[in-house]
Design a protein around this ligand. Structure first.
Ligand SMILES: Cc1cc2nc3c(=O)[nH]c(=O)nc-3n(C[C@H](O)[C@H](O)[C@H](O)COP(=O)(O)OP(=O)(O)OC[C@H]3O[C@@H](n4cnc5c(N)ncnc54)[C@H](O)[C@@H]3O)c2cc1C
Length: 248
């Protein structure tokens, strides 16, 4: 696809043909040597126990390799969030190897990346400061909490409620189901973007707001605070992706 032509632009000047080939070959090696073996063990599946979810043991080692290689945010902005700044087309090539290596595993990272992008585009300055780099570096994971027992396609029917507190925060109450990577032991914190309706807001989609709900609250210095009452009540079967926790 002549990706190397992108290096004619100042933004991608570092990504000449040699560099591109090196990145692709690294991703391929990692996927075949380290990731594929975890795929063969995927039927181990996740285990739900007392509100926690254990991912297959083999996932932990690869998560660290993938994290330390800075593969999660390879095409994101280096200054804004510590990303690798490579052309998106190139990251698609690398991710094709990783997705082939183990789809169940990659769903954790895919969800984290999506949630981090959301914070980067729409978060407040404080949210960006506290969450963006930790999510983009895969130190913390991310999810998306839309689906409820009473609202799947019909998102506007959701009744998850948000009550404003005196300090400007909100207390969110509700149940969500089918949440990919909703609970697991790969990271010390999981950041959940949650759809909810502020008390008194109109019915339907126009009355829905989006909240950032960390599993553990985050102190102003970025350290972990107290448990935020995000309780996992179980995991579900989902089209054979046993290594990816689908949580309620
Ligand atoms: C692999 C996978 C991963 C997922 N991960 C997440 C996640 O991370 N976070 C999350 O929040 N959710 C997640 N979900 C849930 C997903 O968003 C919902 O399954 C989806 O929104 C559909 O909702 P539902 O299952 O309740 O089906 P329903 O909304 O009940 O739909 C059932 C059927 O009815 C049809 N239908 C629905 N409404 C209408 C209508 N008005 N007119 C005509 N036909 C209609 C649909 O097309 C479908 O065929 C995941 C689902 C899957 C399969």
């Amino acid at each position: 696809m002549e990706i190397e032509k992108l290096s004619e632009h100042e933004k991608f000047a570092d990504f000449n043909k040699k560099m591109i080939n090196m990145i692709i070959s690294e991703a391929r090696q990692l996927a075949i040597k380290e990731m594929l073996p975890t795929q063969e063990l995927r039927d181990e599946g996740c285990v739900f126990e007392n509100g926690t979810v254990k991912v297959p043991e083999s996932f932990h080692k690869f998560y660290e390799l993938h994290r330390k290689g800075d593969w999660l945010a390879m095409s994101d902005d280096p200054d804004e969030c510590g990303g690798g700044g490579m052309p998106h087309t190139l990251s698609l090539v690398a991710n094709e190897f990783f997705t082939g290596g183990n789809l169940s595993f990659m769903l954790y990272n895919g969800l984290t990346h999506g949630a981090a992008k959301l914070v980067g585009h729409f978060g407040t300055e404080e949210q960006k400061r506290l969450y963006l780099k930790k999510m983009m570096s895969a130190e913390w994971a991310g999810t998306m909490l839309l689906t409820k027992p009473e609202a799947g396609s019909n998102v506007g029917a959701l009744i998850t409620s948000a009550k404003k507190n005196d300090d400007g925060t909100y207390s969110i109450t509700g149940n969500k189901i089918f949440i990919s990577g909703g609970e697991h032991n790969l990271t010390e914190n999981i950041i959940h973007p949650v759809l909810a309706r502020i008390e008194g807001a109109p019915a339907g989609t126009s009355g829905i707001s989006l909240f950032l709900v960390p599993k553990y609250r985050v102190n102003q210095d970025g350290s972990l605070g107290e448990f935020n009452d995000v309780v996992c009540t179980g995991i579900e079967e989902k089209i054979g992706l046993h290594g990816n926790s689908t949580a309620s």
